[in-house]
Design a protein around this ligand. Sequence first.
Ligand code: AMP
Length: 179
Amino acid sequence: MQDLKDLRDLIRTIPDYPKPGIQFRDITTLLADPKGLKRAIREMAAPFENLKVDAVAGIEARGFILGGAIADRLECGFIPIRKKGKLPWKTIGQEYTLEYGVDVIEIHEDAIVSGSRVLVVDDLIATGGTAEAAIKLLQRSGGTIVGATFIVNLPDLGGVDRVTSLGVTSHSLVAFEGD
Ligand code: AMP
């Protein structure tokens, strides 16, 4: 428990960013802390170490920082999931709903070798809309989802339940209640 409390203390909360009423959980302060970063990577990867992960799929942008390090730790490859229009080769896209309107995430159409075992990585799960889109995109591309791992869970927004209902196990290190 002490470990978890320490990680939580390294995350900065910025009230009313990017708009009134949102408590932004800023992990840059954790990333800047050598011991905190190392511990976060270790703990995000730990449950998946013996699950034969073939690739980590990181969600732009903070999922890239964490996902690259987790892939190195799990000795597997890394696949970037990007916002629409950013990838240079042919892509497959998945729409998802935001509070206002829709957005699209993409991967390269040849990013997944059929049947490969993929771990989804992002910094935070809130409503789970982004993670759900990532899971569906990877599954449509032929991947088997081993799990999804996050530093922060905002349990009141129901994202973990949403991911669980897709049959995917999620793992997070710190919860902020009341968001
Ligand atoms: P959601 O799709 O609602 O689960 O939102 C998750 C995505 O939005 C992640 O990529 C997060 O980085 C970002 N996000 C959502 N809410 C917050 C928050 N309160 N603080 C920081 N990032 C957030």
